[in-house]
Design a protein around this ligand. Structure first.
Ligand SMILES: *Cc1c(COP(=O)(O)O)cnc(C)c1O
Length: 434
């Protein structure tokens, strides 16, 4: 028996291949070596010939140094948590690329002195919410709430909150546990479905740090319900903090039940917290908007430093606020007739063996909010067995399976991605047809 190990080309021989040498510059030697070692192992196992090791290694090189892949969101869910929530606008992506290098995030180029960090993003936010006396940005919505709680309810002071607003936000994380974890005591009032102003009034005392209103952004309670408005809560005495969740800065005509920062502030809220990567359509961030001296107190607290956003976030947030409408806003504004025209054109370009069909579909906003809203959409229906190969393809496409068919919903697909969608489906159909 010949020893197969003797025929496996040595690592340095394989790495001399020009394709792999070039890849070392792009991906670093660690990733390229790992790929070569895997190909050598396949040779040793008798799966491939010794002469094919360099070819196989070159073909299986990762596209980038990070494992995160670009995915085409054909789920019909505009803000898809598992797909990274809001996709950034092209303007935001450009801003991120620029900020990735050395940048004047904390330097005033005119004076050569230290400048206010993230001034551009904060000014853009303040401009869009003139009712906020002060604005600040932290890591995410949970961080915004944690900062407010930590500073205002330090030392076990209490937060008054309705039982129907004790929300689990996802991945097992719960708002009440978050609040307690930074030192607050909770005073729960009302029941799951109903709470009255008198319930709040009975719970408020000298130890109350603030009254918190949390928007149940991922569920609705219907039927025999009642809640108390922000305006009514402001009459109780303690500061009112409103966690609106999704990050709408002003009312949205298609989402009438979704709270927004401007309305909450006009109703008298002292502080509003929100996420940047839900309906605002920007990067992961936590927005704090409210009374100037209150926001300043939060910003200057030592804990704020632990929640600080990086320059990439500041760049993306500013471009989201000042630039063209981000993809989330564009998706919310699309009309079904436009989607139908695109779906017809895509179907016409697909091979007949896919049996593509244009169908009406129900899109949703997603983890970002408006759980009660259905967004009329249009999808391309394919046989269900396309689902897995499309997900595992070179450019992964994620749709949703409904009643034995795969639906590729166009609501969250940028029109510029239609060609990629056609390409991905065609590749699967060709492979299946072989
Ligand atoms: C999403 C959400 C949060 C958490 O925000 P993150 O940005 O995910 O940390 C908190 N409260 C509400 C009401 C939310 O909808």
């Amino acid at each position: 028996m010949p020893d197969p190990r003797r025929d496996v080309p040595r690592t340095d021989q394989v790495l001399a291949d020009p394709r792999l040498r070039e890849a070392v510059d792009r991906l670093g030697s660690r990733l390229v070596k790992q790929t070569v070692v895997a190909a050598q192992q396949r040779c040793r196992d008798g799966e491939i010939e010794p002469g094919a090791v360099a070819d196989v290694a070159a073909e299986s090189l990762p596209q980038q140094a990070a494992t995160l892949r670009r995915v085409l969101n054909a789920t019909g869910v505009v803000v898809h948590t598992n797909l990274g929530r809001a996709p950034l606008s092209r303007a935001a992506v450009e801003a991120v690329t620029t900020a990735a290098g050395a940048t004047d995030v904390e330097l005033d180029l005119a004076t050569g002195r230290r400048g206010r960090r993230g001034r551009g993003a904060l000014e853009a936010l303040a401009e869009q919410v003139p009712d906020a006396g002060g604005v600040h940005v932290v890591n995410n919505g949970a961080a915004a709430l944690a900062l407010a709680t930590r500073v205002l309810a330090r030392g076990g002071r209490s937060i008054v909150i309705a039982r129907g607003e004790l929300v689990e936000i996802g991945d097992g994380f719960r708002i009440p546990e978050l609040l307690e974890s930074v030192g607050a005591a909770l005073r729960e009032v009302g029941t799951t479905n109903r709470v009255r102003l008198s319930d709040y009034a009975a719970a408020v005392d000298d130890d109350t740090a603030f009254v918190l209103k949390v928007h149940p952004s991922n569920f609705t309670v219907t039927g025999f319900t009642s809640s108390v408005s922000v305006r009514e809560l402001t009459g109780l005495g303690p500061p009112v903090v409103v966690d609106i969740g999704s990050g709408l800065l002003a009312p949205h005509p298609r989402l009438p039940n979704e709270p927004d920062a401007t309305s909450a502030l006009r109703a008298g809220a002292d502080l509003v917290t929100a996420s940047g990567d839900k309906l605002l359509g920007g990067p992961q961030a936590g927005l704090l908007l409210g009374r100037a001296e209150l926001v300043e107190r939060l910003r200057r607290d030592p804990f704020a430093r632990a929640l600080r956003v990086d320059k990439l976030t500041l760049a993306a947030l500013e471009a989201t606020l000042t630039g063209p409408a981000p993809p989330v806003a564009a998706a919310l504004a699309t009309r079904p007739e436009d989607l139908r025209a695109r779906a017809r054109a895509i179907c016409a370009a697909l091979p007949a063996e896919c049996e593509p069909e244009v169908v009406d579909s129900d899109g949703v906003v997603g983890g970002g909010g408006a759980p009660d809203v259905t967004l009329p959409s249009v999808a391309i229906a394919l046989p269900e067995h396309f689902a897995v190969p499309l997900r595992l393809g070179e450019h992964p496409v994620v749709g949703r399976v409904e009643r034995g068919r795969l639906l590729l919903d166009l609501l969250a697909v940028d029109p510029g991605e239609d060609r990629d969608l056609i390409g991905a489906v065609t590749r699967v159909a060709r492979r299946e047809g072989r």
